[in-house]
Design a protein around this ligand. Structure first.
Ligand code: GLN
Length: 447
């Protein structure tokens, strides 16, 4: 813990943490030490973890990197925090992120942008950008993020790490600040696949506080390192043919396809006709759900209340106007629009139908193939400042991560080297629902 605290202090300019639980982490580490000596320590003894600042931890502040949660303290812990602590993890602090997890660059934060440790003029990805940089710069052993449309996988790929989004319904969302509830999942950001597997194993499984969880037993997810049988892998042809994909991202994909073929696996291109509908369907649905989830921040029940509030209406208006940042307001307005009476069928209902088609098509591919292979992002980490200039370009870059989110299937981003500028690249594997065990096993082999 002392070593990590030192790294956190030395790298404060990266802005990865919203708060460091310094004293508490040191005390907790001493307690874990004594349990190790007594031989009664849990599975995560020795693991120092950072959590994204949208994960509730009793008695600790949680802000979702928003002014509207200024000074808000959690009155209970999320299920995943309880499970991590029960296995003797040490939680070292809460990490910066895009406000309410809305973003892909960590630039939409009330606490300012996070810098990528590989190139400080560039973004770390998002929304779990602080979590990724905390691991990338050695400020903790592993971090926990949330992934609604790529927020664990994309920052992992921008920072040269492993990022896993489990199947929707595998990990409890109880105590996670909601963005888009039918997409949100918690996932680990780690250096190794074994660490991701261990953290998933500890966090996964039924929880009486989250009714969307599957009632499925949790296996041991640790890779077994047995010989891998011949696999059938599909890759999206567009990832190689589209002009929108960076040329070094393409050659990285081609290199791994060749490697798999040389090892005897069957790797085939597929056309995904619904590709152009992935980003629009995702953003319509995610914004709609967000506009509803964020209606609870009213300046009355929790968080920030504007000093300009004089009656009920002005309390709502001024607290929300002053408390939410620009991107969050944009999404509340767009989400409210697509849900409004005159437009509901044209946008929200239509997007739900498109989601159903995307899910069915994805499931059909994953019946025929063991995995789908795609880049995690069409480009490596981009310069800080782009989100402000052109949000739509940033939305469109979610093209490869939102398929798994819309379909609910598990997906992992794996670090597959650096480009010619030394920026990390990542490839992503998608597997059928609840096949995390196979996915992690194959990932270990793949790298
Ligand atoms: N970039 C996507 C968005 O802005 C995904 C964010 C996430 O997964 N939380 O919605």
């Amino acid at each position: 813990v002392k070593g990590y605290l030192n790294k956190i202090a030395v790298n404060a300019r990266l802005n990865a943490f919203n708060e460091v639980f310094e004293q508490e982490a040191l005390t907790c580490a001493q307690e874990v030490d004594s349990r190790i000596k007594q031989g009664i320590a849990g599975k995560l003894a020795g693991m120092v973890i950072a959590i994204k600042d949208n994960i509730c931890y009793k008695g600790h502040k949680v802000s979702a990197s928003s002014k509207i949660l200024d000074n808000f303290t959690s009155v209970y812990s999320s299920t995943i925090v309880e499970r991590l602590l029960a296995e003797d993890a040490v939680i070292i602090g809460r990490c910066n992120c895009d406000e309410f997890a809305m973003g892909a660059s960590n630039e939409n934060s009330h606490f300012g942008p996070v810098k990528n440790f590989a190139d400080e003029s560039r973004v770390p990805g998002g929304s779990s950008g602080g979590s990724a940089v905390a691991v990338q710069a050695g400020m903790c052993h592993a971090a926990i993020g949330t992934d609604t449309g790529g927020s664990v996988r994309q920052p992992a790929s921008f920072c040269g790490l492993v990022g896993l989004k489990p199947t929707y319904g595998r990990v409890s969302r109880h105590g996670i600040i909601a963005y888009a509830s039918s997409f949100d999942q918690v996932g680990p950001i780690t250096r190794s696949i074994a660490d991701a597997a261990l953290l998933l194993e500890v966090m996964a499984g039924p929880d009486e506080y989250d009714s969307t969880l599957a009632n499925k037993a949790v296996p041991s997810y640790l890779p077994d390192n047995k010989p891998v049988s011949v696999k059938k892998i599909a890759y999206l042809q567009e990832a190689i043919s589209s002009p929108g994909v960076d040329s070094e991202v393409k050659s990285n994909l081609v290199q791994y396809i060749d490697k798999l073929r040389n090892a005897g696996h069957i790797v085939k291109p597929i056309a995904f006709e619904l590709l152009d509908f992935l980003v629009p369907a995702y953003y319509i649905l995610a914004m709609a759900e967000a506009s509803s989830n964020l209606s609870r921040y009213d300046g009355v029940h929790i968080g920030y209340r504007s000093p300009a509030a004089v009656d009920l209406l002005s309390t709502y208006k001024s607290s929300r106007s002053e408390g939410f940042g620009k991107e969050v307001k944009r999404r509340i307005m767009l989400g409210t629009f697509v849900l409004s009476a005159g437009y509901y069928d044209a946008y929200f209902a239509k997007a739900q139908k498109v989601r159903r088609m995307i899910r069915e098509k994805t499931e059909a591919i994953l019946k025929e193939y063991d995995f789908i292979l795609v880049p995690t992002a069409p480009e490596p980490a981009f310069p800080i400042g782009r989100m402000e200039k052109d949000p739509v370009v940033t939305y469109l870059a979610d093209i490869f991560t939102v398929q798994a989110s819309l379909s609910g299937v598990p997906a992992i981003s794996l670090p597959t080297g650096n480009n010619s500028k030394g920026l990390p690249l990542g490839l992503q594997l998608l597997a059928p629902h609840f096949e995390e065990k196979e996915l992690l096993n194959f990932s270990e082999y793949f790298l």
